[in-house]
Design a protein. Structure first.
Length: 465
């Protein structure tokens, strides 16, 4: 529990945590060293100097007490004071010494000096402090004796200078450490940026640099990126070649079937040929899902309207765009995103009689005005139909390639009353398209009145795109 509470106040970034690892030990070491030096060095020196000064005070006090009269005692005090670099004065009997002055809480040396004077000199009455001048009042046989001297006689001055030097040194060393730390973190950030860009379908120039471990990770990433790109290229070429080779015999079969006399049997076989051609088209779309289309600033609303227009020209008259969203400019791969929209709208029309498309920003509601979203927002395109939907335990499987849910939507009937089926690539193509944009595809139950079928969400992070 304390660890979880502490994590809320700790930096989350690598640079902040590394800086914390650098600063905390340095600060603790400087504080401990400063305390140890001040505690032992200054206090020890003050105790030693006060002990030596106590011998001087005892000598002056003994000489004053040994004088036969007050005049001789005063002269003896003045002579010894001059010899020991202090002002010694004998006051009349009954003279009241000035009130003692307390040292400032911020003055470490003054506090230690006063404590040692009271402790080392037994006959002290009052110790007064005026700036750096100390006045010591003692008892003598001829009356009160005052000794006036500078505070550096019994205590080293300006111990705070050590703290200033330590602080300046710590700041300087921390600044140098931050410079080196920044140079070490920069290659990691460059590697993270290159990996993130590759995850979004972009190949940015990247050269491994930095420490040996970071350079090794960068080289591993470059090799992995090259292998993935070769794999994608080989897969695309393979599917494209197979699809191209299949079109020639399919064309010959269609031509031969068109000249058959048995129209019933020919129509059934032509339907099979049409399904095979549809399968080939879907395979090509799936192979092109990761093609290198560069992102461009695109009006998402206009792109959705184009998909709806294509669906309407194909006979989907029950397709509508909810609300009146204005232009929404986001970076997109328009052809790839358009294919994802077309597949989802076609699926919705295949299994339902009514389809509604909505555009939301950050999940807060429909966009109603021209706007470019800020970084960190998400744009959600929702396609909802009034079909039978997909059970929750089958939705993950439905988004895999070549998976057909015979017990769910594939047994539904379209608007014409005929049994509708697909090849199991529509949702997979849409999912791949969203992953290449840094987003994802979600399937849920519809909740709008009159619909309530399958709700497909294309979640697009603006910053990631």
């Amino acid at each position: 529990m304390p660890g979880a509470l502490l994590k809320r106040f700790l930096p989350r970034g690598f640079y902040g945590r590394a800086a914390l690892i650098l600063l905390v030990p340095v600060t603790c070491i400087l504080l401990i060293a400063s305390y140890a030096v001040i505690q032992r060095h200054y206090e020890g020196m003050t105790r030693q100097m006060t002990g030596i000064f106590a011998l001087t005070v005892a000598h002056v006090q003994a000489a004053v007490d040994a004088a036969p009269d007050t005049a001789r005692a005063d002269q003896q005090a003045a002579r010894l004071g001059q010899a020991f670099d202090l002002q010694a004065r004998l006051h009349p009997v009954g003279a009241t010494p000035a009130q003692g002055t307390r040292a400032s809480l911020l003055s470490l040396s003054d506090r230690m000096m006063l404590e040692q004077l009271h402790r080392g000199i037994s006959d002290v009455q009052v110790v007064t402090l005026d700036g750096n001048i100390v006045t010591l009042w003692l008892d003598s046989r001829h009356g009160p004796l005052s000794l006036r001297f500078r505070s550096n006689t019994v205590s080293p001055r300006n111990p705070h200078q050590l703290l200033v030097v330590v602080l300046l040194g710590g700041v300087l060393m921390s600044a140098i450490g931050f410079v080196f730390l920044k140079n070490q973190v920069r290659p990691i950030l460059r590697l993270a940026a290159a990996a993130e860009a590759f995850g979004l379908g972009k190949t940015v120039p990247y050269r491994p640099s930095g420490a040996r471990e970071v350079r090794a990770a960068g080289l591993a990433f470059v090799e992995m990126r090259d292998r993935i790109e070769r794999h994608i290229e080989q897969r695309t070429l393979l599917l494209s070649g197979v699809s191209h080779d299949l079109r020639t015999p399919l064309t010959r079969m269609r031509l031969a079937l068109s000249m058959m006399h048995d129209e019933g049997e020919a129509a059934a076989m032509l339907d099979d040929v049409a399904q095979m051609e549809a399968l080939i088209d879907r395979l090509l779309d799936f192979a092109r899902a990761e093609a290198g289309e560069a992102p461009v600033i695109t009006d998402l609303t206009a792109l959705v309207r184009q998909s709806l227009d294509r669906a309407a020209r194909g006979g989907g008259q029950a397709v509508a765009l909810a609300g009146a969203p204005g232009p929404l400019m986001v970076p997109l791969r328009p052809h790839l995103f358009g294919r994802a929209l077309d597949n989802l709208i076609d699926n919705a029309l295949r299994y339902g009689t009514r389809v509604e498309v909505r555009i939301r920003s950050g999940g807060a509601g429909p966009e109603t005005g021209a706007k470019r979203p800020n970084d960190g927002q998400t744009i959600v395109v929702e396609i909802e139909d009034n079909g039978p939907g997909i059970p929750g335990d089958l939705r993950d499987a439905a988004m895999r390639p070549f998976v057909r849910l015979d017990k769910a939507r594939s047994t539904a009937r379209g608007a014409t009353g005929q049994t509708m089926g697909g090849v199991g690539l529509g949702l997979a193509i849409a999912g791949d398209a969203m992953r290449s944009h840094g987003g994802h595809l979600e399937l849920a139950d519809g909740c709008q009145p009159g619909l309530g079928g399958l709700l497909a969400r294309l979640v697009l992070p603006v910053k990631g795109a």
